[in-house]
Design a protein around this ligand. Structure first.
Ligand code: BGC
Length: 745
């Protein structure tokens, strides 16, 4: 073909493409324009009272007419057990929409009065386990199944995922959250959001931000340096917003460096909307914040669950001029925009019959991918087929926790216990057995934090079972069924195998048996450190175990004015700065029991030919992974940035990770990873900018955060600087200020 003919074809194709693209954009923007016009028109027809009601959830029952009350009660009756709804405005054709928890699956009432049908939902593995898969595709699959239940049960927005950083292992909600590392947090959350929202329903990423403890959660100030906020506590939210555009964000209960998060325009407008480009709606946590007029002014569009006094406050503020009607209109517009996307507004006819069997299979499959094998001395696992096993545990030794308590709990049809799982896998349960399975079971939930004694640490009885089984000559297999990490350093020598099963969802017993039998070859890795002891944890400024009288859970120290009297109750100073979890342990060479990123397999892998380079603003790395053992398995590849010593940054930070597909024995594959060179930057408080100086950067291929396998150097040609708004400072001299590592050591 002649060159001129080829170029004509190219031009025609390009023009067609450009025209198509143009038309596509035109259609989108016309649709957006007409939606915006519709919203403007609706708002112009709303009375001031209607607008004020609309930004308050329907636990506020103050109504202008009997019909309005009837409409509210009707929407609340639609799906019993949802956490909240928005207010319907029937005269304008606006339905209320339904908002329901939560991170481990949809939470609605399983039964309804006068109705013989049941409405159970699938109990999926908790966030802690999902993050341990190190596999966003697996998390997305769970999200797809979860979102399908949201859609088919007639709910519009799932109040999940929870993505607060695990600053301290005692946080009562750590089971709902993903990791101590913001990259894992952000990637896991983005995957969950994509999965759920692929069903045409919304998510609410929560709790924005720095809600890292439960005690006095409504009245405690998280005082965090701007650097730690930017690099650690906000980063996961930033990734999730930019990569997955969640329909909504839920603000947290706590104060953050002074104001409540839900009352802070710097957080909600400057950072979330202006910098990150968030397009959705912001709602408060249930009962969060104390000044509704400030919440609306800050762009916290919806106040849940809603109280009459909140309505009165917003109304009075507009009337006395302290809140502009324009600000109120913006919030109303964003709730309307969300509403118009929902299945309810668009008349979706839900079945109330999602495929629970198919979802149970997803729950079991993905849970298996997140179980972490911590120890396997002498290859005691997998157990021999049909082996006899004695299970030790508290009360009913076979009992397992599928998930945590509170809003993160799911009404599921069943939880498979250990006996059922082991027997179904062909094992026999027998007190003369050679194998002892020690079931270390821990519950946790919203509203309280965990304790060191008998919770983070083992109970005397638990220590006793391990010793007893060992002395009786049994092989000791410890199974940890907990949403959070526990102490292992003092007893791990006495165990032959240790399996971190987290809270693996409703199929728990099967999930554990799958791993013990070898049906599943473990491939999970720790997304948080197993600390040497509680005392070693860098974030020691955490709600004390001995609380003043009257302060014993999340709601007790109520005060209309912000108190700064009791450290770690009225406020928490995050003096460890960016040195959370492994960032601290690797930088200051502090020993751990099992490092972040750690996880064994029943097979072995070899990694070779590791390379990294920067090209066109992207860091690209590749490595060959070979299964050198005798069983098929999957391997997580972890790449950390190591900065020069003494530059004040953590010596190791996770920058990229990927998990191979299942590799047969002898099989190998090349894993390619990439991330923007801009991610080499750290946050410089003095200039309020992300900065990466031109020069050499070391990217280490690691087995886990403590074990380097190979290193490569990449050269950044030009210094990278990205200025951001200088906001979110601590107020006055309350905060201790700059991080001083000596204080921790
Ligand atoms: C929790 C949220 C939850 C909400 C609605 C609050 O107590 O903190 O995570 O979504 O309740 O149930």
């Amino acid at each position: 073909m002649k060159a001129s003919k080829i170029s004509t074809i190219v031009i025609v194709v390009a023009l067609c493409f450009a025209a198509g693209y143009g038309i596509g954009r035109l259609i989108t923007s016309t649709a957006e324009d007409s939606e915006d016009k519709k919203i403007t028109s609706i708002i112009s027809q709303m009375t001031l009272e209607e607008k004020c009601h609309y930004v308050i959830g329907t636990s506020s029952r103050k109504c202008e007419s009997d019909q309005e009350l009837e409409d509210i009660l009707a929407i609340k009756r639609t799906v019993p057990g949802v956490a909240g709804t928005t207010r319907p405005i029937s005269r304008l054709g606006i339905p209320g929409i339904l908002l329901a928890d939560g991170p481990a699956g949809l939470r609605i009432n399983p039964t309804r009065e006068g109705d013989e049908n049941t409405y159970y939902c699938t109990g999926f593995p908790v966030g802690a386990l999902l993050a341990s898969t190190w596999d966003p595709a697996a998390i997305e699959k769970v999200g797809e199944a979860m979102g399908n239940e949201v859609l088919e049960y007639g709910v519009d927005v799932l109040l999940a995922p929870g993505l607060n950083i695990k600053r301290n292992p005692l946080c009562g909600r750590n089971f709902e959250y993903y990791s101590e590392d913001p990259l894992i947090v952000g990637k896991s959350a983005a995957a969950m959001v994509r999965g759920v929202q692929s069903n045409g329903v919304g998510t609410s990423i929560k709790h924005f931000a720095a809600n890292n403890a439960e005690i006095n959660r409504l009245f405690s100030d998280s005082r965090v340096s701007v650097k730690a906020l930017r690099e650690i506590y906000l980063k996961g939210f930033e990734i999730a917003v930019k990569e997955a555009q969640p329909w909504t964000v839920m603000t947290s209960y706590n104060y953050l460096n002074g104001p409540y998060t839900s009352e802070n325009p710097e957080l909600l407008q400057t950072v979330l909307r202006d910098e990150w480009g968030f397009k959705g709606m912001v709602m408060s946590d249930w009962g969060g914040g104390q000044h509704p007029r400030l919440q609306i002014a800050a762009g916290n569009d919806l106040i849940e669950s809603g109280k009459d006094w909140q309505y009165e406050d917003v109304l009075a503020a507009v009337k006395d001029g302290s809140l502009s009607e324009e600000a109120l209109d913006k919030c109303v517009a964003r709730i309307l925009k969300l509403t118009m996307k929902t299945p309810r507004y668009n008349g979706y006819e839900y079945s109330s019959k999602p495929d629970l069997e198919a979802h149970a299979a997803v729950s079991r499959e993905i849970a298996g991918q997140g179980v972490v094998l911590l120890k396997n001395e002498g290859g005691v696992l997998p157990l021999e087929e049909g082996a006899a096993v004695k299970v030790y545990g508290r009360n009913n030794p076979y009992k397992l926790y599928a998930g945590g308590t509170g809003s993160g709990d799911v009404h599921k049809t069943h939880t498979i216990y250990l006996d059922e799982g082991l027997e179904a896998a062909g094992f026999t349960l027998n007190d003369d057995a050679d194998i002892a399975v020690i079931n270390l079971r821990r519950q946790a939930g919203e509203g309280t934090d965990r304790h060191v004694a008998d919770d983070f640490n083992l109970t005397e009885a638990e220590q006793g079972w391990i010793s007893e089984a060992r002395e009786a000559g049994k092989k000791v297999v410890v199974v940890i069924n907990s949403g959070g990490v526990i102490e292992t350093a003092s007893w791990k020598d006495k165990a032959d195998a240790i399996v971190m099963a987290w809270m693996p969802g409703q199929e728990a017993g099967h999930v554990i048996a799958d791993v013990l039998s070898g049906k599943v070859n473990p491939s999970g890795c720790l997304p948080e450190t197993f600390h040497e002891s509680y005392e070693a944890v860098p974030a020691q400024n955490f709600p004390a175990m001995e609380l003043p009288e009257g302060v014993n859970n999340s709601f007790y120290r109520e005060s209309e004015v912000q108190l700064h009297e009791v450290p770690n109750v009225d406020y928490q100073d995050y003096i460890e700065g960016v040195y959370v979890g492994y960032r601290y342990y690797t930088t200051f060479n502090v020993p751990v029991s099992y490092p972040f990123g750690y996880g064994l397999s029943y097979t072995t892998f070899e990694m070779s030919d590791y390379k990294a380079r920067i090209s066109g603003g992207t860091v690209k790395a590749s490595v060959t992974v070979k299964n050198t053992g005798e069983r098929a398995g999957r391997k997580v590849v972890q790449i950390y940035l190591s900065r020069p010593e003494g530059c004040g940054a953590p010596v190791r930070e996770l920058k990229a990770y990927a998990k191979t597909a299942e590799l047969a024995p002898g099989e190998s594959c090349t894993v390619e990873l990439k991330f923007p060179a801009a991610d080499l930057a750290s946050f410089d408080e003095a200039s309020s900018a992300w900065v990466a100086e031109a020069g050499d950067y070391t990217l280490s291929l690691c087995e886990d955060s403590a074990t380097e396998l190979a290193a490569a150097t990449v050269k950044l040609g030009k210094t990278y600087v990205k200025k951001v708004a200088d906001v979110l400072h601590t107020e006055g001299d309350l905060f201790i200020g700059t991080y001083d590592p000596e204080k921790l050591l």
